[in-house]
Design a protein around this ligand. Structure first.
Ligand code: ACO
Length: 334
């Protein structure tokens, strides 16, 4: 389909809670070591939200920054979408509705999506479709997670990995093709649904004492199986999106992978032939923040002055579902 309206990523913003949970802290909680965690994951510390700080609070802070940097009025935003697997409330209202209220946006469509760590790139694909169809003009997308609310801090296989945070962006309509999101490949395979799952509460395991006693409210992960599939799928996915768009790794100044495990990032980066300078890393300080991971990483290079207007970015991500996605886009902010 040909179109004269394109979608452009106008801004980025992020928020990381203050409290730091270090590997040393975890050593006192489970049978693990700083050395094991750094060697196997690349993580040194992660941020943890305060007890009274919720997913929507972090999301709202990231959104305020993204809106200011986009240089638009809140009244110009016509859609708010939040990606999260740790919503304020598990059923309703959506976290997008709560964020909208907290930042003073009302009477516009707002909803959540659930795609785990792939959430932010999924949001980009939804925003692109809404804009190119002419339905919306300025879309606020936000990935926000209070992952600590579903982590079992006695399970060393998962508690070392995850952190809390939020990242947001404004995606706007443009007629300038040079600013446009180039391509997005988003996919899923429910065959592997049991690789990463929070079993309850839900229609399978409604909230009961038994559900809590069996710790079904916590995230469960088949780590090693997920790891192997992530490396294989992501390598294939990013290779394909570059090839399809006649681009080489050397055309991409910023490769921004989901921050799940340094060894996954390195394996995919090496397969593409990316240099150290091209690969964006925040895993050492934030761990895996799920849907917030990619926008938090983008915000990091924006705030450090590395991300400039027009720079091409390659995003890639993999998460529960299983879901995965990659995106090619220039930064169209200031
Ligand atoms: N400290 C010390 N030892 C540990 C720890 C720990 N924290 N965790 C596991 N081990 C032990 C295991 O018990 C095992 O011991 P054994 O050999 O005696 O049985 C050994 O270390 C190796 O365990 P593996 O699970 O095979 O370790 P692996 O190298 O796979 O690393 C990890 C585990 C870090 C979880 C890795 O598998 C991983 O990162 N997986 C992918 C995660 C991911 O990408 N998820 C998708 C996104 S998340 C989302 O969507 C929400």
């Amino acid at each position: 389909m040909s179109t004269s309206t394109f979608a452009a990523l106008r801004s980025i913003g992020a928020y990381a809670p203050k409290k730091v949970l270090s590997n040393k802290d975890l050593e006192a909680m489970v049978d693990t070591s700083d050395e094991w965690i750094v060697k196997r994951t690349g993580i040194s510390e992660r941020r943890i939200a305060a007890d009274n700080e919720y997913t929507s609070d972090m999301g709202a802070k990231a959104c305020e920054i993204a809106i200011t940097r986009a240089g638009i009025m809140k009244s110009e935003i016509d859609l708010v979408i939040c990606a999260t697997v740790t919503p304020d409330y598990f059923n309703m209202p959506s976290t997008a509705c709560i964020i909208s209220k907290k930042i003073g946006i009302s009477n516009v469509q707002a909803f959540d999506i659930s795609a785990a760590c792939s959430g932010f790139v999924y949001l980009l694909s939804i925003a692109k479709a809404f804009i190119e169809s002419g339905m919306k003009k300025n879309i606020l997308i936000v990935g926000a997670e209070k992952f600590s609310s579903i982590v079992d801090y006695t399970d060393r296989g998962t508690c070392i990995l995850f952190g809390d945070g939020a990242g947001a962006a404004v995606v706007s309509a443009t007629s300038n093709k040079a600013e446009a999101i180039v391509d997005i490949n988003a996919s899923a395979d429910g065959t592997y649904a049991d690789f990463l799952v929070t079993p309850g509460p839900g229609s399978v395991h409604p909230a009961t004492h038994k559900m809590i006693e069996e710790k079904l409210n916590f995230v469960q992960m088949k780590g090693n199986e997920t790891f192997k599939l992530a490396v294989k799928t992501l390598t294939q996915d990013v290779t394909e999106i570059l090839k399809k768009n006649n681009l080489k790794a050397s055309d991409i100044p910023h490769f921004v992978p989901h921050q799940a495990n340094y060894r996954i990032i390195k394996a995919v980066g090496d397969a593409l032939g990316m240099s150290k300078e091209q690969v964006v890393l925040t895993i050492q300080k934030y761990g895996n923040t799920s849907a917030a991971s990619i926008p938090m990483a983008l915000n990091d290079i924006y705030e450090s002055g590395r991300l400039k207007k027009g720079d091409m970015m390659l995003l890639d991500t993999f998460g529960g579902g299983l879901t995965w996605a990659s995106a090619l886009l220039p930064f169209a902010g200031k």
